[in-house]
Design a protein around this ligand. Structure first.
Ligand SMILES: C[S@@+](CC[C@H](N)C(=O)[O-])C[C@H]1O[C@@H](n2cnc3c(N)ncnc32)[C@H](O)[C@@H]1O
Length: 351
């Protein structure tokens, strides 16, 4: 079962990360053979597929590499200046697991997948512009469920450099992002995004202003995706300059509290990206109920929106969906890849 989960997720690492693909698929073979990976994964055998044990295993190894404690493996990892040699990668990875078996097991068991991907700020920024415009330009009260290190809580502080030389957001930002858009958000892009406030929760928040927090988030980036690593490092510098504390809370409890009141004169937006699969069925049900209850109270002067960027069932792409209350709008704004880019804007009715 675990080996199958490893193989399934290793396939989805291609074409983006041949390194992560190779590590996880070799580890799957090692699991079948009862090798050291089986001992490192002890206690995680019955984890739900949605918790993606293979990615947690790869992240544990990357953690040791970034921390300078696996020099033989580090020579394969571009995130620390190495170059992969797929012929010797697994022997070096296996030796690292043998040497640090207890710590790999502890990291795999303790950590949920925390890919706080700031590329998703592109769809978020465009989606917020559309949502705000559809309610007459009200400023946005942004509530992020599953915010991880909160790196997507600064969508207005990113420079979005479009192909034709247009720059949206903050042109002088520490974080210069090519959002790789086809088409444009269906909104007046000459108007800056007005953010009233930002808040986020996570069951396991990461303090990205600390070295430990930065190491933790970096370990989940696939090590041969150098541009992604650079993006993350820039986003973390931005976070240090503009800290926002992500509250430790489950999404449903937090939403019940945050949505108890919908303030006048602002658009309350509940946003989540690539977190829904990690929530339990019960948590999802309660989250939906909290949202439905608040939606029934939304007014023209205190509207509510749901903006999500999540994978669609059995497909390899992600969709940006927007619902607005009381307007009753339900839109699919576009689709893109898991890390938020490239992204194609194409408005259609949803549902
Ligand atoms: C793959 S990460 C995505 C992080 C962020 N949304 C992004 O797109 O960059 C999933 C996050 O969801 C969080 N999470 C999982 N279940 C949760 C829940 N029930 N309530 C709140 N956060 C949750 C995890 O701790 C993790 O930080």
């Amino acid at each position: 079962m675990l080996a199958k989960l490893f193989r399934d997720i290793s396939a989805s690492c291609l074409p983006g990360s041949p390194l992560t693909h190779a590590v996880i698929s070799a580890a799957a073979d090692d699991l079948d053979a009862g090798g050291v990976t089986s001992r490192a994964m002890a206690g995680s055998e019955r984890d739900r597929p949605g918790t993606v044990p293979g990615l947690r295993f790869a992240a544990a190894l990357h953690h040791l590499v970034l921390d300078g404690r696996a020099p033989a493996l580090a020579k394969h990892y571009p995130s620390v200046g190495g170059e992969p040699n797929l012929d010797t990668l697994w022997p070096d990875a296996e030796a690292t697991v043998r040497e640090h078996e207890a710590e790999v097991r502890q990291l795999v068991r303790a950590n949920a997948v925390q890919t706080n991907e700031v590329g998703r700020s592109g769809p978020l920024y465009g989606g917020l512009l559309v949502a705000s415009e559809r309610v007459g330009g009200l400023p946005v009260r942004l509530l992020e469920v599953g915010a991880s290190g909160g790196l997507n809580l600064r969508p207005h502080k990113v420079a979005y450099r479009l192909a034709d030389g247009i720059v949206l957001g903050d042109p002088d930002s520490e974080l210069q992002l090519d959002p790789e858009w086809t088409g444009l958000p269906p909104a007046d892009l000459s108007r800056p995004l007005a953010l009233h406030s930002r808040a986020g929760c996570d069951v396991d928040p990461v303090d990205v202003t600390t070295t430990a927090g930065q190491l933790h988030l970096s370990s989940f980036v696939w090590a041969d995706m150098v541009a992604r690593m650079e993006r993350l490092r820039a986003a973390m510098r931005l976070a240090v300059a503009d800290p926002i504390q992500v509250e430790r809370a489950g999404g449903a409890d937090w939403l019940e509290r945050q949505l108890a009141e919908l303030p006048d004169g602002v658009l309350t937006v509940v946003w989540h990206s690539v977190m829904w699969q990690y929530a339990s069925p019960n948590e999802r049900e309660r989250g939906r109920a909290a949202l439905a209850e608040a939606a029934a109270r939304a007014t023209g002067n205190a509207p509510l929106a749901l903006l999500v960027y999540e994978p669609r069932r059995a497909r390899r792409h992600f969709e940006l969906l927007l619902k607005l209350w009381p307007a009753g709008l339900s839109l699919r704004l576009g689709q893109g890849m898991g890390h938020g880019l490239p992204f194609t804007w194409e408005e259609q009715p949803w549902g």
